[in-house]
Write a protein that binds this ligand. Structure first.
Ligand code: GDP
Length: 528
């Protein structure tokens, strides 16, 4: 098969949702359709459960699952579909942000009763900013919930999206009858007991057809006719380009648990979701069909066996074909590397493969060469953009609690930061190290892993920081910049890439600093 054909078969996406909306359940049903798994319950939830075990042990458990669910691939209607796992827990939001740099589209799952929730808002915002095409799936229609029109309004307002329904529910909860597939113009009747089966659909070309009354009863039929009329008047018609540009989001209704409405979603996804997209670098835009391979690291996973420090680096292939044992260029390190045992991912296993194509994810065994954001090419020196660090929410000094193990501590911190567990800032003034995290949980994880994987002991000390601000100046030699550095010296640090960061203790400080030093620009993300 030609390179172009292989690449055009691929659809790589992520499911984003607030915890409990039904991401795991939906993933599982999609895999069932693809024949990739045989039964329900095969996909483990990567959720952080609160309960008997302490939080960091729970994270270790979750880490085990998340190796297995990082990428779930299956074939459906001649397409190769790669689902990238995205943790819903807020303490892992940064993981999810990074994974979203590797998807070509997203499906947003919303609970019909709960509506738009906090994590959904944050994750959709990231997709919206990056113009990632999104489909919306309103889940749990078998339960009592919000009115479909109200929910559409809520999605538009809270998520700042422009929506158009491609399926529409008939009743809800106890009276849920099924859905009308606007995309294919047919009706799917809900029986509630066909959990694992693919339900039958009835073709209804014209809603005026009295057959509809026989099918769902006159009241429901009349209601559906009225609602579809209203939809035609209120919502824009689906437009492929608008969807691809991230300006229009089609909405589907269903019940993942009952495997209802999932086929409609998947069929439309296969029809409309984008194939691998081009990506910006510091040099030029890279097209997927270029003959030469290129890709970037969006995730690093430490091996679960603490005695072996090898890791798995996840590479999104942006262009061309990746081949086993071929020499590739690690741009940041300026050296060639080859990979004798690259992994490809399937729904239920990972396997060593000989080749993989743009759109796919390969897992490369790594002994510490990779860092999130690294670029691999066939020799050309460019670096992919759009894999920024975001300002952490929590900041603490990290101290060495065992002077005999200073080297181990340093190595441990270094590698954990490469993995993206947290961010390290080194104060310019005295070289003290500060760890910034998205959630407080990560501090326990870091301490635990330093001890178990690196035999190093660390303690923390509070450091009051509101936000990390990446500093941008056009000219470092101005009096204003020198003055800024003098006044703020106690709060200036370097990140892992040696970029200058101002650790501001309050929103007020940021405002004051901007007013006083207008030529010094402060950013909450590392790429600007
Ligand atoms: P995640 O946290 O988003 O991965 O959510 P899960 O897939 O683990 O689902 C959370 C809970 O909602 C589980 O108890 C599911 O069985 C349940 N659930 C998922 N989909 C549906 C649905 O369509 N209807 C009902 N009634 N429950 C559902």
């Amino acid at each position: 098969m030609s390179l172009e054909k292989e690449i055009n078969k691929r659809k790589t996406f992520g499911i984003i949702a607030h915890p409990d909306a039904g991401k795991t359940t939906l993933t599982e049903k999609l895999l069932l359709f693809g024949g990739a798994i045989q039964e329900a319950g095969a996909v483990k939830s990567n959720k952080i459960k609160k309960g008997a075990t302490s939080d960091f042990m729970e994270i270790e458990r979750q880490r085990g699952i998340s190796v297995a669910t990082s990428v779930l691939a299956f074939e459906y209607k001649g397409k190769k579909i790669n689902i990238l796992d995205t943790p819903g827990h807020k303490d892992f939001a940064e993981d999810t942000f990074r994974t979203l740099t590797a998807v070509d589209s997203a499906i947003v799952v919303i609970d019909v009763a709960k509506g738009v929730e906090e994590q959904t808002i944050k994750l959709v915002e990231v997709c919206r900013m990056r113009k990632i095409p999104m489909l919306v799936f309103i889940n749990k229609m078998d339960r009592e919930g919000k009115d479909a029109f109200d929910l559409m309004d809520e999605v538009e307002q809270k998520l700042d999206l422009k929506v158009t329904p491609l399926s529409w529910p008939i009743g809800i909860g106890a009276t849920f009858k099924g859905i009308y597939n606007i995309w294919e113009k047919n009706i799917n009747i809900f029986s509630g007991d066909n959990k694992q089966k693919i339900s039958e659909t009835t073709k209804i070309e014209d809603l005026a057809n009295p057959e509809l009354d026989d099918l769902i009863g006159t009241n429901y039929a009349e209601n559906l006719r009225n609602e579809i009329d209203l939809i035609d008047g209120v919502y824009p018609e689906f437009d492929m380009q608008e969807y691809m540009d991230g300006n229009l989001q089609p909405v589907f209704f269903g019940s993942a648990l009952n495997n209802f409405g999932v086929r409609e979603l998947l069929d439309a996804f296969v029809d409309i979701a984008p194939t691998p997209q081009s990506k910006e670098t510091d040099l030029r835009e890279i097209e997927p069909y270029e003959n030469k391979f290129s890709g970037f690291v969006f995730k690093i996973h430490a091996n679960m066996d603490p005695k072996h420090r090898d890791r798995l680096a996840f590479i999104k292939i942006v262009s061309g074909k990746f081949e086993r044992n071929k020499n590739y260029f690690h741009v940041r390190q300026g050296k060639n590397m080859k990979f004798p045992a690259p992994n490809a991912f399937f729904a239920d296993k990972k396997e060593v493969i000989d080749e993989s194509y743009a759109g796919d994810i390969v897992g490369l065994h790594d002994t510490g060469n990779f860092r999130i954001g690294d670029t691999l090419t066939e020799g050309e020196k460019f670096t992919f953009k759009g894999i920024p660090a975001f300002s952490p929410e929590h900041f603490r000094y990290i101290n060495n609690a065992d002077p005999m193990k200073a080297k181990q501590l340093e190595k441990g911190i270094d590698q954990l930061m490469d993995e993206g567990v947290a961010q390290l800032f080194t104060l310019e003034m005295n070289n003290r190290k500060i760890i910034g995290t998205v959630g407080a949980l990560q501090y326990e994880v870091i301490q635990y892993r330093l001890e178990h994987e690196y035999s190093a002991k660390a303690t923390y000390e509070p450091f009051a920081v509101h936000k990390a601000c990446w500093v941008e100046v056009e000219d470092e030699n101005t009096e204003e910049f020198k003055e800024f550095k003098r006044v703020k010296q106690r709060y200036l640090a370097r990140d892992k890439f040696n970029q200058l960061v101002f650790l501001a203790d309050s929103a007020f400080t940021i405002q004051m600093t901007q007013d006083k030093f207008p030529s010094v620009k402060l950013h909450f993300v590392s790429e600007f």
